[in-house]
Design a protein around this ligand. Structure first.
Ligand code: FAD
Ligand code: AMP
Length: 489
């Protein structure tokens, strides 16, 4: 009898072990942040993630830490150092001769950064008592998730959840007429791991990823041609900023061809021939490597969504409301799998919101104040609307701008390319958008985000004291310029 009770107790305990308040599927910046916040709030939480890192071992952090934000920024920083030594230090009176490039060391440094940070996420999960269930998560009826660990012979495990958060992220979009072979025709992940600088590099897509990766290899010496189907450059940014950026990137040597629709790629023993069409007819360009960077698509095809009747739109996005609730009660979706920009910080904030709402707290994400950054050099950063966007939304606007060539600090740094633009409501003076092209734009935009979050007016921003000399003074001056009061121009 006692033996029987013991068995029953052990069985019950085991069953309880498999029951969680929250099960998160996907360990990228949306999912792991949601899991940590849920853990902090005392919810019994599990995180299911299947990502296998470059070393062949499971690795948390999703696209962002393993093959996105972090490794790309590591290489952007390294390549910027190289470019400065080669081309910019002489003006400062620093002579560097015999400068050599060790691509292997550059990639190894990047890999070490990735390992440090992905292991850091594992540590954070542990600290917050989040159980990491390694493997592929699949939704099942009755609020269950089946976890199939990586490896053929590993047995699947079924867990039950009171709440499920889907954060399965995104994967590179492919072109039907260009087959990625991961050798010469590559995706963004492969382009973070070249073992040498290609002599001639093609990039399809002049979006955020194409420009960042094109910049890395161009600074390291590749001849880079970027083919972009759209006629206009960076359509989501302010046109004045986009125009200045295109001019500067071309000056840096990026051969950006707009209105160029790639039709086919032929492989030869000597390289690749990329055939494209523009308004003038058809053309061909010869390259050694080709990066396909035509955007990303939500990763929702292996979730078993149909069986559980989870609503997914024709582009693969999970349908959610403003609180990231799906059509199924207690199932949420966050990050790249749902509407809105595919940005790490947007997914993380959605993760925090969902965890807090599950815990009964009141929390929202203001999607109107999510900053964007393109980490070219100079950087491009913006928050809020463009002037056209405002007009389309029926708002009368006024704007002010300030060129960095008039900023004392930018002149001292020899970083005078770019400008700051502030757009405000013509009647209320509320700031509706801030657009920056310039050194450290990624850091400067935070001020604009805070201002907009508190619904500041251009006058408010213009009345705030900015340290001198800083590049941020350009934000101050652009705000002053909204009322025609800029001092230094
Ligand atoms: P992901 O990061 O894609 O994570 C999803 C995770 O879920 C992955 O680990 C995946 O393996 C796992 N998964 C998927 N399906 C399952 C399943 N069924 N079971 C278990 N696990 C599963 N954004 C920025 O904000 N700033 C940048 O500078 C930036 N740079 C980028 C550079 C590059 C080259 C790329 C490719 C992207 C960049 N991004 C950047 C975009 C950013 O990486 C994404 O927006 C972000 O990673 C999305 O986070 P997520 O958590 O939604 O999904
Ligand atoms: P993003 O979504 O920011 O990563 O940008 C991807 C870019 O790729 C967009 O600007 C698209 O216009 C561009 N693009 C998509 N398909 C093609 C194609 N066949 N040829 C050239 N550019 C393309």
């Amino acid at each position: 009898m006692v033996y029987q009770l013991l068995i029953e107790r052990t069985y019950k305990e085991k069953e309880q072990m498999k029951e969680f308040d929250v099960v998160v599927i996907g360990g990228g910046p949306a999912g792991y942040v949601a899991a940590i916040r849920a853990g902090q709030l005392g919810l019994k939480t599990a995180l299911v993630d299947e990502y296998i890192g470059k070393s062949g071992k499971p690795s948390l952090g999703g696209t962002c830490l393993n093959a996105g934000c972090i490794p790309s920024k590591a290489l952007l920083d390294s390549s910027e150092h190289y470019d400065r030594v080669k081309h910019k230090y002489a003006a400062h009176g620093i002579k560097a001769e015999g400068v050599d490039l060790d691509v292997g060391q550059m990639i190894a440094r990047k890999d070490k950064i990735v390992t440090t940070l992905t292991q850091g996420v594992a540590g954070l999960l542990k600290k917050n008592k989040v159980k990491w269930l390694q493997g592929h998560g699949r939704l099942e009826l009755g609020m269950h998730v089946t976890v199939q660990p990586n490896g053929d012979d590993a047995a699947a495990e079924k867990v039950k959840a009171k709440h499920i958060i889907v954060a399965t992220g995104s994967v590179p979009r492919e072109l039907s007429n260009v087959t990625i072979d991961h050798q010469r025709i590559v995706d963004s992940t492969d382009a973070l791991n070249f073992d040498e600088v290609p002599k001639r590099l093609g990039v399809i897509g002049a979006g955020v990823i194409g420009l960042e990766l094109g910049s890395v290899w161009s600074r390291l010496g590749a001849e880079v041609v970027v083919l972009e189907a759209m006629d206009d450059f960076l359509t989501m940014t302010d046109p004045e900023i986009a125009k200045a950026a295109l001019k500067e990137f071309k000056r840096q040597g990026l051969d950006i061809r707009m209105g160029a629709m790639v039709k086919s790629v032929e492989e030869g023993s000597d390289g690749l021939t990329v055939n494209y069409a523009d308004n003038d007819g058809t053309h061909a360009v010869e390259v050694d490597k080709l990066i396909v960077a035509v955007g990303r698509k939500p990763h929702t095809d292996q979730l078993n969504a149909d069986e559980v009747a989870l609503l997914i739109d024709e582009s693969g996005y999970i349908h959610v409301d403003q609180y990231c609730r799906t059509n199924i009660p207690d199932i949420y979706a966050i990050g790249d799998v749902v509407r809105g920009p595919m940005l790490a910080h947007k997914g993380s904030e959605e993760g925090v919101m969902v965890a807090e709402r599950i815990a009964g707290q009141v929390r929202e994400v203001n999607h109107d104040t999510i900053p964007w950054v393109i980490y070219t050099w100079p950087e491009i950063a913006w928050v809020g609307k463009t002037e056209n966007g405002c007009r389309q939304a029926g708002r009368k606007v006024k704007s002010g701008s300030f060129p960095l060539r008039a900023s004392g600090r930018a002149v001292a740094m020899d970083e005078t390319v770019g400008l700051v633009k502030v757009i405000a409501d013509a009647d209320s003076d509320e700031i509706l958008g801030v657009h920056i092209f310039g050194a450290a734009a990624s850091e400067m935009i935070a001020e604009a985000v805070v201002a907009m979050e508190y619904r500041a007016s251009a006058e408010d921003l213009a009345s705030i004291v900015h340290a001198h000399p800083t590049v941020s003074e350009a934000v101050h001056e652009a705000a002053l310029d909204v009322h025609g009061q800029a001092i230094h121009i």
